[in-house]
Design a binder for this molecule. Structure first.
Ligand code: AMP
Length: 544
């Protein structure tokens, strides 16, 4: 027997309609790419999102078509997301920090038809446009007066694109399982893989994120997501913020300590979220200037492990509660959040900090388990560590176009590639990363890609890249090289060879030469052994 409740599909654009109706004048403040701080609100965003949908519809964009965005966190970017989704098309976030070749690969793999981009990236778009044959229109997120003079075909300013369209254009009708957003992750080995969010998964994930023991979002909050929208949905904030009617403060292109601090203060921000590198810069800025953040209540830190000193500084010095979170692109992205359970809340602050350094516990909607090499589940005792597997309504069940299928098992568990412990109360701690990619300033660096290029140098026999601790960027790449017999090459030779072949920020901070690189029985490089050997290696760039 079926229940007799209404079939109300969980569609993302219902969120912005709800916000427009119930929190219509709640502000959305943007530091624009053009410079000035501009104020909008949910009513205006909803109207303009419908105009975006109408403009795309006029262009012939249909259900399931991919529309790329390469943009900072701004009101226009949010309008574009809702407009694209409301038409039943798929917003596809492109990460501008990737190397152009990767962006080209990703955009072509996704078969993007339109590309919305910020003027900041005009040069980059000009460079890659000839290699994106499927993109019919390039929309610069600005007005005609600020349209960059770039050699980009079929270029139009966003304000011109949506001019003359209907602000009450009807949303398309479709099932809640319809694809809504696409985000590629380089966290796995091989080519980047697409994670395809559905309307249902995005809505459920936003509800999960807003809960009191997750991000605890309220209408009274003013939220500043530093985490970019091209990083796994900006951790749901573009959906959960309007869902609860919170004010949004969007930092645009300026993510330095000074600019962020100015917005946090003048816009009286109560909650914010970013990777540890961003908070390191902000804490240094606060320290240097002696400023404080009296309105700030909570800061969410995730993407990499939050160091204890950082958590301590926020909580003890500035009176701001830290919520340490773990997740991944494949999880929409929230997996666990480190809010306090009753037994932890009753503890002394020092002991609470031990718990805050853990990655947190799973909200409803995230199932977790750790398994050993034989796939058998390991005990939740806080000691046994194993591969972390997850399931849930906002967790991927496959990658776009069926790639990377081995990460998903027959029972629907997704292998995160992380190694973790789970304690009896459900707090999870990441102990290691099964994969070997490096995370620098919140961004993945693929070690395999650098190695593959390095071994192209005529003198190099074998190369391995590992992450070495760095005070500012969490980790930076160290390139370990075995030279061919009788050959010579210097550090500068090797780095010179890599120049122009990889993104600048992927460039190894140092090169060391060794006689031999250790291998596993199946011939793979033993990165663990290298990490142990070079764990304490001090990079020349690490000087404070
Ligand atoms: P991404 O898909 O780029 O968000 O990267 C996901 C990966 O980042 C996870 O699989 C973890 O390896 C790592 N990660 C995310 N959050 C944390 C955290 N709080 N502590 C340690 N590692 C983290």
């Amino acid at each position: 027997m079926l229940g007799l409740m209404q079939d109300w599909p969980l569609l993302v654009h219902k969120i912005i309609d709800h916000a427009a109706l119930n929190h219509g004048d709640r502000e959305v403040v943007t530091r624009t790419v053009e410079g000035p701080i501009v104020r909008s609100n949910y009513a205006a965003i909803a109207r303009r999102a419908r105009k975006v949908a109408h403009a795309l519809d006029r262009l012939g964009i249909k259900l399931g078509d991919r529309v790329a965005t390469m943009a900072w966190n701004t009101a226009r970017h949010i309008e574009a997301w809702y407009g694209i989704a409301g038409l039943g098309a798929i917003y596809h976030t492109l990460n501008p920090r990737l190397f152009p070749d990767q962006i080209v690969y990703i955009a072509n793999h996704a078969e993007d038809k339109v590309l919305f981009f910020d003027a900041t990236f005009a040069k980059l778009v000009e460079e890659i446009a000839p290699r994106l044959p499927g993109v019919e229109l390039f929309v610069c997120l600005t007005d005609a007066a600020h349209l960059p003079k770039a050699n980009i075909p079929n270029l139009v300013a966003y304000e011109e694109f949506i001019a003359g369209t209907d602000e009450s254009f009807a949303w398309a009708e479709f099932d809640e399982h319809t694809a809504c957003g696409l985000c590629y992750t380089s966290g796995t080995t091989g080519n980047p893989k697409g994670v395809l969010y559905s309307h249902r998964s995005n809505v459920l994930h936003a509800l999960i994120a807003a809960q009191a023991d997750a991000m605890a979002l309220r209408a009274c909050d003013a939220i500043l997501p530093v985490v970019p929208m091209f990083h796994a949905n900006a951790w749901a904030i573009a959906f959960s913020g309007p869902m609860v009617g919170a004010k949004l403060v969007l930092p645009g292109p300026k993510l330095d300590g000074d600019s962020i601090c100015e917005l946090l203060t003048t816009e009286r921000v109560t909650m914010t979220a970013a990777v540890p590198t961003v908070w390191l810069a902000l804490l240094q800025y606060l320290e240097k200037t002696g400023k404080t953040l009296p309105d700030m209540k909570r800061v969410v830190i995730g993407g990499s492990a939050a160091p204890r000193a950082m958590i301590e500084a926020f909580e003890k010095k500035y009176g701001i509660t830290v919520i340490h979170a773990w997740g991944m692109t494949e999880m929409s992205p929230l997996g666990t959040l480190g809010t306090l359970k009753p037994h932890v809340e009753a503890m002394e602050h020092e002991r609470q900090l031990d718990y805050k350094c853990k990655q947190g516990h799973a909200p409803f909607g995230v199932e977790m388990k750790i398994v050993g090499d034989d796939e058998a589940e390991l005990p939740r005792d806080g000691k046994a560590f194993g591969r972390l597997k997850v399931r849930g309504p906002a967790v991927a069940k496959a990658y776009f176009r069926g790639e990377g299928a081995s990460a998903f098992d027959a029972e629907g568990w997704f292998d995160t590639g992380d190694v973790a412990t789970i304690d009896a109360e459900g707090y999870m701690t990441i102990t290691d990363r099964a994969k070997d990619v490096i995370k620098s300033g919140g961004e993945w660096i693929s070690t395999i890609e650098i190695e593959n290029i390095a071994v192209g140098h005529p003198s190099v026999a074998e190369a391995a890249v590992i992450g070495v601790a760095h005070p500012k960027w969490d980790e930076r790449p160290l390139l370990i090289v075995v030279l061919k017999p009788g050959q010579t090459a210097s550090r500068e030779d090797i780095l010179g060879y890599l120049t122009g072949k990889i993104a600048k920020w992927w460039m190894p901070d140092d090169v060391v030469f060794v006689d031999e690189i250790p291998h596993t029985a199946t011939g793979k490089i033993q990165k663990m052994t290298l990490r142990e050997r070079f764990g304490a290696y001090r990079l020349p760039t690490a000087a404070a």
